[in-house]
Write a protein that binds this ligand. Structure first.
Ligand SMILES: Nc1ncnc2c1ncn2[C@@H]1O[C@H](COP(=O)(O)OP(=O)(O)OP(=O)(O)O)[C@@H](O)[C@H]1O
Ligand SMILES: O=C(O)c1ccc[n+]([C@@H]2O[C@H](COP(=O)([O-])O)[C@@H](O)[C@H]2O)c1
Length: 214
């Protein structure tokens, strides 16, 4: 499938006929720290899919990152708030960090469905995460709760192989070869993360002395 296939005019459910439903993008992530790769992906998808809002949802306990040291949820939440504060289309939800136990997207989407009536959900995910999705909890039900939008990410193949037809769109976004792992590594070595993450996030990392000992 062509990565540019889902342009504005062909995006699923684009307003036209029938009563307007709110269109909410959902950008889930560990955001340790949030970086410009996340922000560009959300901004690009919001424009292409005519989304009213994108809600960033930091994970509580990312169960597939148990081999890594994950920063406290409150730090990751606050960095996400700082990074998104200037964009009126972006907001941040605490639903995953306030829910006890491991974080599963099935719970995220069920909660968001309950909190938002007359709303269609669009879950935004990078190519690396999309390729793992069949291993997520209750994978088949996920696709009945949201439309999934896979975005390009340098170093990863974007494919919807094996995923249900009509439930996933693939989108090319400006390529930013940034990862949270790389940002953490740079801070640990004393290298700059300016312009990889928003300025306020650089200052927050410094203020809280995050990633220093890693
Ligand atoms: N540079 C990027 N371009 C496009 N999508 C990205 C990029 N970085 C992360 N994503 C996507 O954002 C979501 C949240 O990612 P996450 O918070 O795990 O960041 P990460 O950079 O992959 O972190 P880590 O390096 O710690 O694994 C995932 O769907 C991921 O695929
Ligand atoms: O639901 C699952 O089983 C599941 C497994 C791994 C990742 N996810 C979600 O995928 C998103 C990106 O996760 P991560 O670990 O790459 O930051 C985030 O919203 C996670 O909650 C979800």
């Amino acid at each position: 499938m062509g990565q540019q296939e889902e342009q504005a005019g062909t995006a699923p459910g684009v307003p036209g006929d029938g009563p307007a439903r709110r269109r909410l993008g959902v950008m889930g992530g560990t955001f340790d720290p949030i970086h410009h790769g996340h922000l560009v992906a959300a901004s690009e998808v919001a424009a292409l899919f005519h989304l009213d809002q994108v809600v960033f949802v930091p994970t509580g306990q990312p169960w597939q990152k148990t081999h890594e040291v994950v920063s406290p949820a409150e730090d990751r939440y606050l960095m996400t708030v700082i990074a998104t504060a200037s964009n009126p289309q972006f907001s941040v939800s605490r639903i995953d960090i306030d829910r006890p136990g491991k974080t599963y997207t099935i719970d995220t989407l069920r909660d968001l469905r309950n909190l938002n009536e007359d709303t269609d959900l669009f879950f935004i995910t990078g190519a690396d995460a999309l390729s793992q999705i069949l291993g997520w909890r209750d994978a088949t039900e996920l696709f009945s709760l949201a439309h999934f939008i896979g975005v390009t990410r340098p170093g990863h193949d974007l494919t919807d192989d094996g995923l249900p037809e009509g439930k996933v769109s693939l989108v090319e976004v400006p390529a930013l070869a940034i990862s949270s792992t790389d940002c953490r590594g740079r801070v640990a070595k004393g290298d700059p993360v300016w312009y990889l993450v928003p300025d306020g996030v650089v200052r927050y990392i410094d203020k809280r002395q995050l990633y220093r000992g890693q």
